[in-house]
Every structure is written in C-alpha cells, then in structure tokens.
Design a protein around this ligand. Structure first.
Ligand code: TEU
Length: 566
C-alpha cells in the first residue's frame, strides 16, 4: 500500500541539478529550473526524485565538495527556492531525497580552513585526517594510499613557523585534494552530521542518498595497502557475472567497508525514526561480494543500498540471470528491497555502454574521442530492452535523468571543456564523467535545446540530442519517453515492485533468453541473434521495440524485451 515503506518498490529518478533545467539563463541548471520541469516527472510516473548535491561548494567535484551543508550554492538558488521545489514535488506526489556527502568536505569548509590555520596536534586538526610525513624530513606521504581520481591520497600543507621536526603535516583525501576526508572517530563530526540530517528532515525531505557510504571510517593505524584503490575500475565483470560479487572491488582496502561504519548508520536510523512518514537512507557503497552490501541494509541501518551489478554486467542472458538471482536472494535474506541501477552521473549511460562492441573492455567512467565509439542504434535498442527488463523486476529502480529520453553519452567532448577532476588528476588518461552529465534537451527548436534561455550550456550538447528532445517524444507512439511512461504505469498497476520472481522456462533458444514472471506479468528478453517465437495466445502489454509477425505467429526480435499477461 502506498505510504507503507514506500521505498521498497519506488522508482526513484536522479536529478543532476547542474544539467536538469536552467531557470536563470546562465547555462547551468538550478532549483527554480527543476521546479518548472517537475511536471515532466509527474507525467513520467516516478515515485520520488533524488537530487545530487546543490549545497554551497566551490564545485571542484561538481558539488560533491561541500563548504556548507545547510546552504544552497548561489549557482542553484536559495533555501527558499529549495522549499518551493520541495513543496511543488510533494504537491505532485513526488518524494524528495537529497544527497549527503559525509566522507569528506570541501577544503573551503570553515573546519578545514581552521585546521590549516592551526598547528599540528590542535583540536581543529582532529576533525580531519592529518598525519606527519614519513622519512627524516617528513617528505614521504604517511602511507601508500592512492586517490580514486588518481595520484596520491595525501597532500602536504604549506610550511608554518610552528611545524614540528618532520615539517608540515599531510592530509588524507580519497578523492580530489580539494576534498579532505573527515575524521569519523571524532565526536563533533558525528554530532554535526546528525544535526545536518535533522536540518533537512525538518525541511521536509523524505530521505538521503549517502555518498561513499562504505568510506568514512578507516582501519586503525591507516596501514599501507597493496591493492588498487579504484572503485569502478577495480571491479571484475567476469567475477560478477559468475555471481560472486557486486560491482566495485576495493572494499578489501583499509579505507573502505570497515565494521565501525555501521555504528554510524545505526545512529542515523534512530534520527530518521524520530520523524514520521517513512523516511529513508540509501547507501552508495561500492562493495563486494553482495553479502557485504547487505550489511548496510540490516534492519536497524539503512533502508536501501544501490545495487550496481547491472553497471558491469555484459549483455548476456546467463550473466543477467545470475546477477538477478544473486541480488534478490542476498537482499531477501536481510529483508531489504533489492535496487536496480542502469545509469548514473558517474558511469557511461547504458544507451552508450550497451552499444560498445565489447562492453567489458569499454571504459566505465567515460568515453573520449580517442576511444572506440559506441554504435548508437544498437545501444539504444539494447538500452530500451534493458530498461523494460529492469522495470519488470521486483524491488526499487533508479532512473538517471535523460535515460527516459534514450540519451547517449557525449563521447566526443573536446578536452578543453572537460571539468571532471578524474580527467585532470589522471593527466587525461581517464576521460572522466562529463560525457554522462550533459544538459538535458527539452525543446528541439529552442536555444540550448530548451535547457534554459541561453544558447551556451555549461557542457556542450551533442547534435544527436536534438531529435531526442522531450518535446519530440511526448505523445509519440514508440518514443522512449512513452515507453518509460507506459512501463511505469503498468509496473504500478500490476504491483511488480512488490511481487516475487519466478523464472519461466520453455522458450526456444532458452540460453539466450531471460524470462521471468512477477505478479501477473511475464517479462521476456531476447539477447540472442535470431527471433524467439512467443506463445500463440500471448497478450502483449508492452514491448521495447517492434515485434515480428508471420504465418508462424508473433516473435520477439533480437535485443528486445516484451511484457506479456501471465
Ligand atoms: O562516487 C563514488 C565513487 O568513488 C565512484 O563512483 C567514482 O565517482 C568513480 O569511480 C570516479 O571515477 C561518489 C559520487 O557519486 C561521485 O560523483 C563523487 O565524485 C564521489 O563520490 C566523491 O564525492
């Protein structure tokens, strides 16, 4: 029933504020822009929105570097703009989840500025992770950890008169040097974030997406680690497909997935329980195997954790079946809903990823002009099939803005316009995530494709976005938008999100087919190379592409998903 643990089967739409809609014409998205376009989401039929960070920030990592957790960045508007957006969303029946970034702050945060202005050993330095360097003059970093964006995870301070015998200290940053890690052993840090939770709960938010939820607590003594400190890059698609792990592979390191982190979520669970209305926490935790992920959603911790398994699953029926089975079983065991994710602001969109000749060889975090280019038509066909497969599954599903329009990544962005710190810290070796963060196309014949009133957008839009603009798809039979809308309506009407899954056998070329029944619907995807005949009396509810009909009956073409009345 609606209202009772709504997040168990919710479809949650990720709004990336910089690129959703621009209300003031500066080429950058903002909160008033979001408010004016909420009708699009109500029409689409999602249950909730999750907004990536809009807090005050120097924007070194697109807002995942926060200077004030209680203020809106002027780029995005004001607290009044937030309240208006939240109120309008609730009026439309959309819940609102905001992003919380507790692993690190910006280096411009008053706490960090105070720490820089204070000597080693001072109270101000205890809120972050400062250490003396190694070697006689302290010129070596305190340990060998690497930043996820490339280069060492430690930066040395400028010299001060009161430096000790080993000179200036170093500070830890798992991400960019502008994102110092907070010290979660510190009671004031803990108290502050509980207060920040209350600040936003009081403003009526329905939940929080917790950034780098497997970070925060580090192993005692910060020991060296020989493994690779990459999350997405460290993942092993083969291993995953064999059912031995979720996406991500770095949780063995001393900087991630420490037992102590769960104490924080137990405390936060209690904070949320002070409020009515089924508020929720969702963990962004790149951990494997999946049983480790399940620890974040134990009864007294978070309500959901992102299941990133599909991000690294090849377009292969056996692998998809394995991932679905493992995901459902692991989450069922702890009584938490499974979640499904095909795209987000950190990875190559599925319309591009699935169009790569060999997805597993393709870069996960970005495609550049020098990389193999995806086949756009193949990518979109498979993306639509993958979407209908995902939306047929029980649990909660995440939709990243623009996927409902079938948007691909911008894969030929010139280096000069790139902004992702991952691009800079790797000296351009990694393309970075800008390609999946392009401003949305709303109206084909307006400047900036209707993103705002200006022609220039903060990242340029590729030519292919014009025909994919929302106004070209509304009410158009077979458009990707109408497919999403119809699927979301059916999903809700049929109660698919809360159903149990049963595999269905008996299709021709079964090894290339994924077929399952949830509630009154059978979902069938053909991942093979030849059409698969559908049962004679099949009632087709929705299909991701045209079906073929002949004297022999109806068949499901390659790279297509269909929902049938069971
Ligand atoms: O991401 C966590 C994370 O480490 C990866 O998804 C990472 O972005 C990728 O491997 C880099 O190439 C979260 C946010 O989603 C991401 O946007 C932030 O950059 C990051 O945390 C730091 O806050």
């Amino acid at each position: 029933a609606p209202g009772t643990e709504w997040w168990r089967d919710a479809v949650i739409y990720q709004v990336y504020p910089r690129s959703f809609a621009d209300g003031n014409g500066d080429g950058m998205g903002d909160l008033p822009g979001i408010t004016t376009r909420l009708d699009h989401l109500a029409k689409l039929g999602v249950d909730a929105i999750w907004l990536s960070p809009f807090y005050r920030s120097p924007q070194k990592d697109a807002g995942y570097d926060v200077t004030d957790y209680r203020q809106i960045d002027p780029l995005f508007g004001t607290l009044d703009d937030f309240d208006a957006m939240r109120a309008r969303a609730h009026e439309l029946g959309l819940r609102v989840i905001v992003d919380l970034v507790p692993n690190h702050s910006s280096d411009q945060h008053v706490w960090f500025q105070e720490a820089l202005a204070s000597p080693a050993g001072s109270r101000a330095r205890e809120r972050y992770v400062f250490r003396d360097g190694k070697g006689p003059d302290g010129t070596e970093p305190p340990n060998n950890w690497q930043s996820i964006f490339g280069g060492p995870a430690w930066t040395r301070l400028a010299p001060r008169d009161d430096d000790g015998p080993t000179g200036p200290q170093w500070y830890l940053h798992l991400f960019d040097s502008s994102q110092p890690d907070l010290n979660w052993e510190d009671a004031e840090v803990r108290a502050e974030f509980e207060d920040v939770l209350r600040f936003w709960l009081d403003r009526g938010v329905d939940g929080f997406r917790v950034d780098v939820a497997h970070g925060m607590v580090k192993a005692e003594g910060l020991p060296d680690w020989g493994g690779k400190v990459a999350m997405v890059e460290g993942s092993d698609a083969e291993e995953l497909a064999e059912g031995t792990g979720a996406a991500g592979g770095s949780n063995e390191g001393p900087m991630f997935d420490q037992d102590g982190v769960h104490e924080i979520y137990r405390a936060w669970h209690k904070v949320l329980a002070e409020y009515d209305g089924d508020r929720c926490l969702v963990a962004e935790a790149w951990v494997s195997p999946m049983s480790r992920l399940a620890r974040y959603v134990r009864e007294d911790e978070m309500q959901q954790a992102f299941n990133f398994a599909f991000l690294t699953t090849k377009w292969d029926a056996a692998r998809i079946r394995a991932v679905v089975t493992e995901s459902l079983e692991t989450m069922d065991a702890v009584g938490a809903p499974t979640t499904w994710v095909l795209s987000n602001h950190d990875v190559v969109r599925h319309a591009s990823r699935l169009g790569l000749a060999d997805m597993a060889e393709g870069p996960m975090n970005g495609i550049g002009p020098r990389d193999p280019q995806p086949d756009a038509e193949l990518g979109l066909r498979r993306a639509r099939a993958a979407t209908l497969l995902m939306l047929g599954l029980p649990g909660s599903a995440y939709v990243y803005q623009g996927e409902e329009l079938g948007l691909p990544d911008h894969t030929t962005l010139p280096d000069e316009v790139r902004q992702d710190p991952a691009f800079f810290r790797t000296g351009g070796e990694e393309t970075g995530r800008d390609g999946c963060r392009i401003p949305l196309p709303w109206e084909a014949d307006r400047p900036g494709l209707g993103f705002g009133s200006s022609q220039a957008t903060w990242l340029p839009q590729p030519d292919s976005y014009r025909e994919l603009a929302a106004d070209q798809q509304y009410g158009v039979d077979g458009s990707t938008f109408e497919m999403y809308r119809a699927a979301l309506g059916l999903r809700r009407a049929e109660g698919l999100g809360r159903g149990g899954l049963a595999w269905v056998a008996g299709y021709a070329r079964a090894e290339d087919v994924v077929a399952f029944r949830v509630a009154g619907v059978v979902v069938v995807t053909n991942l093979g190379t030849t059409p698969v005949p559908l049962p004679e009396d099949a009632e087709v509810l929705i299909a991701s592409g045209p079906l073929t009909t002949s004297h022999a009956g109806t068949a499901l073409p390659t790279d297509t998903t269909v929902w049938l009345r069971a």
